[in-house]
Design a protein around this ligand. Structure first.
Ligand SMILES: [Zn+2]
Ligand SMILES: [Zn+2]
Length: 273
């Protein structure tokens, strides 16, 4: 299993840094975890579209912003005869009845206090699939996806909308991606237990203002890595203007084997090539 880092920053792209996206390759299957703004420019098209599955951790714009770009690429490459199979896009199933505190219309589909109509919703994505070359598949925390070479499972985490962490197992190797998550009550220690790599969001540095517990400080990501007994911690989801090394330094005071994910790097389980 190989993991290519396509994007590591939020909430916007800067220079050669993109919003979150990670391409996992088994022997046959490819899985793109999140499709944030800019990740398409780090994909190799049309090759990477073949046998591609996309899993969106949650419907915040920094995690799905490049779906439009990729949808159009599938349309063009299919029409040119390069793409025979639809690209499968797994998205969190809508929770029509959830009304979170402080939100009037948070149904888990990217709505917010200010945006009364979600920018992206089921109908929009279905149209995207039909007009382009996507197949849309809703998932939840009980979903298991079993490819020939990769097994995938999920756990739900505290965040403003329905948000999932993803566990990818290839034979005896385990990779876990946090998605976005708050610290209190998150499921990562359980999901990432004894994992080879935990790719974990570290949005804030200790002392930075954090209005609500929807994201992690770097030291909290390190505490999770230590409690879960993972082999290696890779931090991601940085502010574009802040030096990644500061996040790494903070985390290493708690968990030594910590590095920062970097655009273009290919991770082998146990190390970075
Ligand atoms: Zn988010
Ligand atoms: Zn995010």
């Amino acid at each position: 299993m190989e993991i290519k880092v396509l994007g590591t920053v939020s909430p916007y792209c800067k220079d050669d840094k993109n919003c979150p996206g990670y391409l996992i390759r088994g022997n046959k299957t490819k899985v793109l975890l999140d499709c944030g703004n800019g990740v398409t420019r780090n994909l190799k098209l049309p090759d990477d579209l073949e046998n591609l599955n996309i899993i969106i951790s949650h419907l915040h714009k920094d995690h799905y912003g490049d779906l439009l770009s990729l949808a159009y690429a599938t349309y063009v490459f299919h029409n040119l005869g390069y793409l025979q199979e639809r690209v499968k896009v797994y998205i969190p199933e809508p929770n029509m009845y959830q009304v979170s505190e402080g939100y009037t219309d948070d149904d888990g589909w990217g709505a917010s206090r200010l945006v009364k109509k979600p920018l992206i919703d089921y109908e929009f994505l279905q149209n995207l699939g039909e007009e382009h070359y996507f197949e849309l598949i809703p998932y939840n925390e009980n979903t298991k996806i079993e490819f020939e070479d990769l097994n995938i499972s999920f756990s739900k985490n505290p965040h403003q909308v329905n948000t999932y962490s993803t566990k990818v197992v290839n034979k005896d190797k385990t990779f876990v991606y946090s998605g976005d998550t708050g610290y209190q009550g998150n499921s990562l220690v359980r999901l990432a237990e004894d994992a080879d790599i935990l790719l974990c969001e570290a949005t804030f540095l200790r002392g930075q203002t954090r209005l609500t517990d929807n994201h992690l400080y770097a030291y909290e990501a390190a505490k999770i890595a230590k409690q879960a007994n993972v082999r290696q911690l890779l931090l991601t989801h940085f502010f574009p203007e802040i030096d990644k090394e500061l996040y790494v330094q903070e985390a290493r005071t708690i968990f030594e084997n910590t590095d920062a994910a970097e655009e273009g790097k290919v991770l082998k389980l146990g190390g970075i090539k």
